[in-house]
Design a protein around this ligand. Structure first.
Ligand SMILES: Cc1ncc(COP(=O)(O)O)c(C=O)c1O
Ligand SMILES: [Zn+2]
Length: 392
C-alpha cells in the first residue's frame, strides 16, 4: 500500500468529503481542507522502521502523503535536508541542544520545493494539466521548476518588486511570469481569475489541501533525526503559516500512530516588524488576523498581510504553548552574518529571523539551556546576495 489517504476534512466544521477529485477549499465553509489518513490501519500494517530503511528524501513518507500511484510523483530530490547541531551558537547563547534544519539545500533553494512537489504531483494525479501560482517569490520559482519537470503548464504571479532571482528562475524554467502591481493578496486574486478562465489549477497556499502535507515532512524528518523524539520548540518564519500548520499536523499524526511519545513542540512564529498580523492577533487573543496595512519588509516570504489559514496558525501556537514575535529587517541581515560567521550557514533573511527571535526568547527566559530547539532556515542565502555588501 502506498498512500493511506482516506478522506478530506473541513478544518472549520469537521465535515468530511472525498479526496478523489481536484478540490480547493471546503465546500461547506470555504475553509482549509485537511487530508486524513487511515491511521489505525497504518499502525497495524507498517512500523516506523520502514521509513528509516528507505532512501532519504521527502517521498520516504509515502504512507502519510497524498499521492496514490508512485508513477505520479514529480520529484527533484526534495527533502532529506540536514538537521545541523549549532554548537557554536549554542555555546554563545548557553543552549545545549540547538539545531538548525537547513532547508536551503532543497531544489530551487527553499523549503517550498516540498509543498509544491506534493501538491503538483497530487493535482496531476487527479487530472490537472496546468497551474497558476501566486507567490512572494520562492513558491513561484519552485512551481515553475516542478511544472517543467512534470511537463505541465505554469503561470506564476508575483508582486512587481519581488526578488529578481525569483523572476528569473521562473522564466528560466519556462513559466509565464505575471508581475502584479500590489502584494501577494493582489497576485492571488489575479491567479484565481486566470486559472478559472484557462482551466488551470490554482496553487495558492492553504487553498488546496496538499502543499501543507509536503511541508509536514520537515517535521517528520526532524523527529527521525532526533532519534524519534519531539523537540521542545520550533522557531519558524511565518508568512502564510503553511510550515507550522503542516508540521503541527504531522506531529499529531505521529503521536496518534504511537511512533513518538510526549507533547508537541512549542511553535514560535517569527514575523517582520513591518508585517506582523499573526503576532498582533496572538497577543490580542484574537481568533483571526486583521489584514496588516502597508506591509513592508525585505524578507519577501514574510510579506503576507492576511494569511488565509490564520485561525490554524493561531491554534497551533496556542495549543502548543508557543508564542509569536516580530523582528526588524536590519536584525535579520545581522542574523545572516551571524549564522554564516558562527556556523557557516548561508541563510535567507527569513531563516536568520529565527536566530534573532531565539536570542530574545532566551533573554526573556521563555527558552532555556536544556531545551531542544530547532530553528528553521527556510531557504538558501544564495538567493539573497543582494542584501550582502561585496566589500567588508
Ligand atoms: C524563504 C521563506 N521563508 C518563509 C516563508 C513563509 O512560509 P510559510 O508560508 O510556510 O509561512 C516563505 C514564503 O514565501 C519563504 O519564501
Ligand atoms: Zn465546513
Amino acid at each position: 500500500m502506498f498512500s493511506y489517504l482516506d478522506h478530506l476534512e473541513c478544518t472549520q466544521c469537521g465535515k468530511t468529503c472525498s479526496h478523489t477529485q481536484l478540490i480547493k477549499v471546503s465546500p461547506c465553509c470555504g475553509k482549509v481542507l485537511f487530508p486524513r489518513y487511515d491511521l489505525p490501519r497504518l499502525r497495524r500494517e507498517v512500523n516506523r522502521e520502514t521509513w528509516s530503511q528507505r532512501p532519504e528524501g521527502m517521498w520516504r513518507f509515502t504512507e502519510l502523503l497524498p499521492v496514490e500511484d508512485p508513477a505520479n510523483i514529480i520529484t527533484l530530490g526534495e527533502g532529506g535536508t540536514p538537521l545541523l547541531k549549532a554548537a557554536n551558537l549554542g555555546k554563545k547563547l548557553g543552549l545545549q541542544h540547538l539545531f538548525i534544519k537547513e532547508e536551503g539545500l532543497n531544489p530551487t533553494g527553499t523549503f517550498k520545493a516540498r509543498g509544491i512537489s506534493a501538491a503538483v504531483s497530487r493535482a496531476k494525479e487527479l487530472g490537472a494539466t496546468g497551474f497558476t501560482m501566486p507567490s512572494a517569490g520562492n513558491a513561484a520559482g519552485a512551481s515553475a521548476a516542478y511544472c517543467a519537470r512534470g511537463g505541465l503548464e505554469s503561470k506564476v504571479f508575483m508582486p512587481q518588486d519581488a526578488p529578481d532571482t525569483n523572476k528569473k528562475e521562473s522564466l528560466l524554467a519556462g513559466s509565464e511570469l505575471n508581475l502584479v502591481d500590489g502584494l501577494i493578496s493582489d497576485a492571488g486574486r489575479q491567479a484565481v481569475a486566470v486559472a478559472e478562465e484557462h482551466g488551470l489549477f490554482d496553487l495558492s497556499t492553504m487553498k488546496e489541501p496538499y502543499r501543507a502535507e509536503g511541508k509536514k515532512t520537515m517535521g517528520l524528518e526532524i523527529v527521525m533525526q532526533l532519534g524519534w523524539r519531539l523537540p521542545d520548540a520550533i522557531i519558524y518564519p511565518t508568512g502564510g503559516g503553511t510550515g507550522i500548520i503542516g508540521m503541527h499536523k504531522g506531529f499529531q499524526e505521529l503521536l496518534e500512530l504511537g511512533w513518538v511519545e510526549g507533547t508537541p513542540p512549542k511553535f514560535i512564529a517569527v514575523q517582520a516588524v513591518g508585517c506582523q498580523p499573526v503576532v498582533k492577533a496572538f497577543h490580542d487573543g484574537a481568533l483571526n488576523v486583521e489584514p496588516w496595512p502597508d506591509a513592508q519588509t525585505l524578507a519577501d516570504g514574510l510579506r503576507v498581510p492576511s494569511p488565509f489559514a490564520d485561525y490554524l496558525i493561531l491554534q497551533a501556537l496556542r495549543e502548543t504553548g508557543g508564542t509569536a514575535l516580530a523582528v526588524e529587517d536590519r536584525e535579520m541581515v545581522d542574523g545572516m552574518y551571524e549564522l554564516a560567521t558562527d556556523e557557516g550557514i548561508i541563510a535567507c533573511p527569513e531563516g536568520a529571523a529565527t536566530l534573532v527571535a531565539l536570542k530574545r526568547l532566551v533573554n526573556q527566559g521563555f527558552l532555556g539551556s536544556d531545551d531542544t530547539i530547532v530553528l528553521l532556515n527556510t531557504g538558501s542565502g544564495y538567493k539573497y546576495m543582494h542584501l550582502i555588501k561585496a566589500v567588508a
